[in-house]
Ligand binder design. Structure first.
Ligand SMILES: Nc1nc2c(c(=O)[nH]1)N[C@H]1C(S)=C(S)[C@@H](COP(=O)(O)OP(=O)(O)OC[C@H]3O[C@@H](n4cnc5c(=O)[nH]c(N)nc54)[C@H](O)[C@@H]3O)O[C@H]1N2
Ligand SMILES: Nc1nc2c(c(=O)[nH]1)N[C@H]1C(S)=C(S)[C@@H](COP(=O)(O)OP(=O)(O)OC[C@H]3O[C@@H](n4cnc5c(=O)[nH]c(N)nc54)[C@H](O)[C@@H]3O)O[C@H]1N2
Ligand code: SF4
Ligand SMILES: [Mo]
Length: 668
């Protein structure tokens, strides 16, 4: 029997592989044997006809690819790197990489090539949560675990559709509902998650800050805040209170598009229940004010003191399997490694550890800033690994134009059918899940090792090995002489001793065998409510809805939002070919409210043209009451979706505002 972990979502379900079958691991803490359809069918993704199996190269993006060997591939890439300056090189990684892959890529780029332009698709995913946690607690730390549900009385899900995006976690929620857990879902759509809830608040897209501020104002008014908690553990209450007094409550409720009755129902549940967890995902993070949306919700926990005790707290649900591990290793261009920034002291620590003098002293370009740099002709080499930026970055037309200006694009992918492929010059075949081993950290800080389940395809290499090969070819033979994942993981464990106050206590795993055990880092980190800020108190910030997103108009009267469907994974390179997963629902459609459809004479299933200022798509209408009027929803399994989305970013986290696009409909 071989142990593994699911390679899809952040729940990170434990798996066991025996007699050629994959089943849930009963002893594993996140899933206790449960798995969803994606998890159990992952085995079928290893031998699809769509695998990329050989290195391929072409001189220009209009030529045909030719098969080459690894030596020529790595030599060519190394010489491209050596013939330009570090600041003109970009590396784009993924929250789906294993920790060892991530560590080696980050070490090579920041430590030895000397560029901090290393970002990850997690920028589009949880960057807003990272910044909010850091601002409030002084450190990027998720202070809730999945098992906290067992002690919780009320779960508030804001902009999170767990029934489709975190299926096994949602099963835990359903189980807890049976024993009495109450749930509230705040989402412009009546999702499957909302259907199982006690209260659904179909607020207007983008109005979350208004809503949470209203709740905070009401708590203050009703004297339901925890004064002694605030006095002892919270910094900034006086100035927060001053700003709160000025807010225009009536206008805010109107902006939320909710009735007074709906608001009162929320307050009743909020006051009635002792232990409260709030959980959120893309409905808050993907916004021009993503960080502020996070802060406005976390503030409710600071005001009520419902934080850092069993069954309470603000829980950012990470999407990808190792988004958390990527944050730890330093996958974001705005952090160095092991949660360290680019201050002098941190650079010195990391330079000493890696034995290098090449670390650049300022943060690198974030995902979309790389696109902007490319547009200006400032990027010569872009290495893309385990992600598909042409598919997933916003305003795709602009992305495509920028990609055409990059002289050398390398795509490291395990599959052959990405949207980035037409822009690549060199394509390197990675060994996917099942053909490799390594560790990942799931959404509740649990680190687990997965083993290789089958023979590795001859010409494919695990991602870490590709970066190590490149490092050696660039002359760093000793620094990248790894022969297996254990060596890498041990070096990384050692490095976590450098983290601020040693909070990233992964060093506890040094030389430990993770094969049969998982490990949770940072347990009780904020014991006695000692936070990692200058004052050791949590910071309370007043934030307000600045309405920075694209505005609807007479010409573009709808707000278009985007998101997941249960049995498909993003662009579908893995899931779109597994028959079992295709039964669930179509992968391309546009949800429109019944009233809007009536007014426009649109019938269910009819093809309609959906346009924004950036482009148009023909999509099949799905007429439903389960969405707010004047709102449209398209799943991101529709690969062309980002021809429609806008490229506004959150000012601080640089996360895109995917969920707020002014759109119009025409009948075709
Ligand atoms: N099946 C499946 N599961 C996945 C993935 C997948 O591709 N397929 N991807 C994984 C990844 S990487 C991620 S990041 C997670 C994402 O997990 P979720 O964020 O739960 O998934 P989304 O469908 O993007 O859901 C976001 C919800 O936010 C709502 N929303 C949109 N705008 C607003 C707003 O302004 N306010 C509020 N309150 N709500 C809003 C949408 O209607 C939608 O229901 O899923 C992970 N799990
Ligand atoms: N409009 C809109 N856009 C979005 C979002 C949204 O909600 N709306 N969500 C954003 C979010 S949260 C996310 S996380 C991104 C996801 O966007 P992407 O990361 O682009 O999505 P995936 O399809 O998961 O891409 C993973 C790639 O890795 C490849 N791959 C699989 N296994 C391996 C391997 O072992 N090694 C290597 N090297 N490659 C491998 C796959 O074939 C695939 O091409 O999309 C973002 N874009
Ligand atoms: S819930 Fe997530 S981690 Fe668990 S089996 Fe499903 S996709 Fe995999
Ligand atoms: Mo994500």
């Amino acid at each position: 029997m071989i142990k593994s972990v699911c390679g899809y979502c952040g729940v990170g379900c434990g798996l066991e592989f025996e007699n050629k079958k994959l089943v849930g691991d009963i002893a594993y803490p996140s899933n206790h044997g449960l798995v969803c359809a994606k998890g159990v069918s992952e085995l079928h993704t290893i031998d699809t006809a769509t695998r990329l199996l050989r290195p391929k190269m072409r001189s220009t993006s209009t030529n045909e690819f030719v098969r080459i060997d690894w030596e020529l591939a790595i030599n060519t890439l190394a010489s491209k790197i050596q013939s330009t300056q570090p600041q003109r090189i970009g590396i784009y990684l993924s929250g789906q990489l294993l920790t060892e892959d991530y560590y080696v890529a980050n070490k090579l780029a920041k430590g030895f090539i000397g560029t901090n332009n290393v970002d990850t698709n997690s920028r589009t995913c949880m960057a807003s949560a990272v910044y909010a946690y850091k601002k409030i607690f002084g450190v990027d730390y998720v202070p809730v675990r999945m098992d906290d549900l067992d002690y919780c009385d009320l779960l508030i899900l804001a902009g999170a559709n767990t029934a489709e995006a975190h299926v096994v976690f949602n099963n835990k929620i359903k189980k807890a509902i049976k024993r009495g857990l109450k749930t509230i879902v705040i989402d412009p759509r009546k999702t499957e998650t909302a259907l199982q809830a006690d209260l659904h608040l179909p607020l207007r897209v983008g109005s979350d800050i208004d809503f949470f501020n209203l709740v905070a104002a009401r708590m203050i008014e009703d004297e339901k805040i925890d004064k002694s908690f605030i006095e002892n553990h919270v910094q900034g209450y006086a100035s927060y209170l001053k700003s709160m007094k000025k807010i225009a409550k009536l206008k805010m409720l109107k902006r939320c598009g909710l009735t007074k009755d709906e608001f009162e129902k929320f307050m009743q549940l909020f006051y009635e229940n002792e232990n409260i967890i709030s959980a959120w995902t893309m409905g808050l993070n993907q916004s021009a004010q993503g960080v502020d949306k996070n802060i406005s919700l976390i503030n409710l926990h600071l005001l009520s003191g419902k934080i850092n005790k069993k069954g309470n707290g603000p829980f950012s649900l990470t999407g990808q399997p190792n988004a958390m591990g990527g944050r730890e290793v330093g996958g974001l261009s705005t952090s160095l490694a092991v949660h360290l920034d680019f201050d002098e002291e941190s650079i010195k620590k990391v330079s000493d550890f890696w034995q290098t003098d090449k670390i650049h002293d300022t943060a690198g370009l974030t995902a979309f800033e790389m696109i902007e740099a490319a547009q200006l002709g400032n990027l010569d080499v872009l290495i893309i690994c385990h992600t598909d930026p042409v598919y997933h970055l916003p305003n795709r037309k602009r992305v495509e134009e920028a990609m055409k200006k990059i002289p050398f694009i390398v795509e490291i992918n395990a599959y052959d059918n990405s949207e980035t492929k037409p822009f690549a010059h060199l394509r390197l075949p990675a060994a996917p899940w099942g053909e490799k081993e390594g560790t990942q950290t799931n959404m509740d800080r649990t680190i687990t090792r997965q083993e290789r389940l089958t023979r590795r395809s001859i010409d494919c290499k695990p991602d870490w090995e590709i970066f190590a090969l490149l490092g050696r070819r660039l002359g760093f033979v000793k620094e990248f002489g790894y022969t297996n994942t254990e060596e890498i993981f041990n070096e990384y464990c050692q490095m976590t001793k450098l983290s601020k106050d040693g909070h990233l206590n992964i060093y506890a795993l040094l030389n430990k065998d993770l094969r049969n055990d998982s490990f949770v880092w940072g347990e009780n980190l904020f014991q006695d409510h000692i936070y990692h800020t200058q004052t050791t108190k949590a910071n309370l910030f007043f934030v307000e809805n600045k309405r920075l997103s694209e505005k609807t108009s007479l010409q573009y009267p709808f707000t278009l939002i985007t998101g997941r469907i249960r049995d498909q994974w993003h662009s579908g390179t893995k899931t779109a070919f597994v028959d079992k997963l295709l039964k669930h629902k179509p992968s391309s459609f546009v949800e429109i409210h019944t009233e809007d459809a009536l007014k426009l004479h649109i019938k269910d299933g009819q093809s309609i043209k959906v346009s924004t200022q950036r482009g148009s798509l023909y999509l099949h209408a799905k007429v439903t009451d389960n969405i707010r009027e004047k709102t449209l929803f398209v799943p991101i399994t529709e690969r062309r979706i980002n021809y429609l989305t806008n490229d506004l970013l959150d000012e601080v986290s640089k996360q895109p505002d995917y969920n707020h696009n002014a759109a119009k409909i025409e009948l075709s």
